[in-house]
Ligand binder design. Structure first.
Ligand code: GLC
Length: 541
């Protein structure tokens, strides 16, 4: 396919079709409390997930990632684990989990666990032992320090903005916590910690899980000398000494070796960096592309404003930083940063933008992650103060209302509580559920849901969208983004009109319309294409 305009120089090489499922598949992120309640207690659970596996097959995703389902006091919604080898009773039992694995696998769906290596709950037996005395054998499993001049050992702050050292009068020392004080950080300089965690990894791998999402993986090591952070780095939240230390790379190499000793496993690391994000840092955790993480979340894209040139800049930079043998991935929403529908300010044409987002996510070169409910255009739910669950929100309300808004129940249908449960759910259902739900949207050909479904089908039918190279054509000029996906014998052109005006695009050849967010596919297109406002399309030769 040729165009009147010159293709850009941002090219990614093509990959071998036999490469792993995690490169070409679509990963669906489930927040277990909110996906489906099976026992009418208002909280989602594993049997609920099992009951919706056929929905996921229908949607066409290849894997699910479950936010933590381990036993936990739920101070940080399960990211404070008190037993790494079991299931929290609110979600079911280990047998339920095994059943989920079996039933998912029978349907060709892989299961990725969330794994928190950086910290445990303060109720974890390791920590209970560790805090019991200075000479307990597990003392050195966590980061303990005596007071410095009668005060905290240094000026580090938590990721929630509070002071990061908690005084324990029992032994007159402080322990370090990157998040809430109920989440003490492990001491990864102690080889016993590494061994214990790697045993846990093996335990789940042997049970049959297909991989791990590694929580805050860049926080694992802290400065050996515990140096104070500069005031500016504290203010900008780019903490220098309590994260991104070089020792992490060695651990990730060992972790990869362990994963690779089991066939077809994967890993994706959360490398959160404050706006505008940090491509180089995120990619550094991929090593040479084969010897550390399989995938790394780069947060840059979610900080972009709704502008084609901004998206181009971030996406092309992201590609430039991926190592030659590495693989990119993209996500638009998650349980911390909120839903993309709400982020594309100003929030007009929000569903048109959601559809363009879907097109982008499912046609870029890289593994797409879909956050549950994004496929129907769910948006953040306003949660009143008295119903807040997220401690982070409770601490800073009303300046920051926490993360609950993006964690509310999945909207399945328009019955009370959206078909998620039959009793008042743990978080309120969004008031838009009577229109924004799977059942209603499945009847509307151009709903966000049907756009996702059709795009997933197109992506599955055409390997070039999974593994083909990418070359940009429009880099934001006239608020257009377009790119070729191509392999030896196929070339597709994807065009996205980010703007609210119609746009003309002149091509050199006639094309065939494979997909459009606005019109029926299957027609021949002339050289001159007229895109409707916010229209996106996939054209083939
Ligand atoms: C990650 C999780 C977040 C949690 C934090 C601490 O960022 O995504 O939800 O609060 O880690 O574990």
């Amino acid at each position: 396919m040729q165009s009147a305009e010159q293709p850009s120089s941002c090219v990614m090489p093509s990959v071998d079709q036999s490469s792993s499922w995690w490169k070409h598949g679509i990963i669906y992120h489930i927040y277990p409390q909110s996906f489906q309640d099976s026992n009418d207690d208002g909280i989602g659970d594993l049997p609920g997930v099992i009951s919706q596996l056929d929905y996921l097959v229908g949607l066409g995703v290849n894997a699910i990632w479950l936010s933590p389902v381990y036993p936990s006091p739920l101070i940080d919604s399960g990211y404070d684990i008190s037993d790494y080898r079991d299931i929290h009773p609110q979600y079911g039992t280990l047998d339920d989990f095994r059943q989920l694995l079996n039933e998912a696998h029978q349907r060709g769906i892989r299961v990725i666990m969330d794994l928190v290596l950086n910290h445990t709950s303060d109720q974890h037996p390791w920590f209970l032992e560790s805090r019991s005395s200075r000479d307990n054998p597990k003392r050195n499993w966590y980061i303990w320090q005596p007071p410095r001049n009668g005060k905290r050992p240094n000026n580090w702050r938590t990721n929630f903005g509070k002071k990061a050292w908690q005084y324990d009068p029992l032994t007159n020392e402080y322990y370090y916590h990157s998040f809430f004080w109920e989440q003490p950080d492990l001491n990864w300089r102690n080889p016993e910690v590494q061994q214990a965690m790697f045993d846990i990894v093996s335990y789940w791998l042997e049970m049959g899980v297909d991989g791990f999402r590694l929580d805050v993986i860049n926080l694992l090591f802290k400065d050996k000398e515990l140096r104070d952070d500069s005031i500016s780095s504290l203010v900008s939240n780019t903490k220098v000494y309590s994260r991104n230390q070089p020792e992490i790379y060695k651990i990730l190499k060992d972790f990869r070796t362990l994963l690779d000793s089991h066939p077809e496993k994967t890993s994706v690391g959360e490398i959160y960096t404050p706006p505008p994000g940090d491509h180089a840092l995120a990619s550094s955790f991929l090593g040479d592309g084969t010897n550390m993480l399989h995938l790394a979340f780069d947060f840059s894209l979610i900080f972009s404003i709704w502008k084609a040139s901004g998206y181009y800049k971030i996406i092309s930079q992201h590609y430039r930083h991926i190592p030659a043998k590495g693989w990119p991935c993209f996500f638009l929403s998650n349980h911390d940063i909120g839903r993309s529908v709400k982020r594309v300010s100003p929030v007009f044409h929000k569903y048109d933008k959601a559809k363009l987002h879907a097109l982008l996510l499912l046609t870029l070169r890289g593994t797409p992650f879909i956050y549950y409910g994004d496929e129907i255009g769910m948006e953040n739910t306003p949660v009143p103060k008295q119903k807040l669950r997220d401690l982070y929100g409770k601490l800073f309300y009303p300046f920051y209302k926490g993360r609950d808004g993006a964690r509310t129940p999945m909207q399945w249908n328009n019955t009370p509580y959206a078909g998620f449960t039959t009793v008042e759910p743990w978080l309120p259902v969004h008031s838009d559920y009577t229109n924004i739900n799977v059942e209603t949207e499945s009847r509307n050909e151009y709903s966000v849901y049907n756009i996702y479904k059709r795009l997933i089908t197109v992506r599955k039918q055409h390997p070039v969208l999974q593994s083909g190279s990418i070359k940009f054509l429009h880099k934001g000029e006239r608020n257009l983004l377009s790119y070729f996906r191509y392999s030896a014998n196929t070339t597709f052109l994807i065009i996205l009109n980010f703007g609210y005006r119609k746009k003309k695009v002149q091509l050199k050849k006639k094309t065939f319309l494979l997909f459009s967010t606005h019109r029926k596919p299957g027609t021949k297109m002339n050289e001159l294409i007229l895109l409707a406002p916010f229209e996106g399309m996939i054209l083939s030769e």
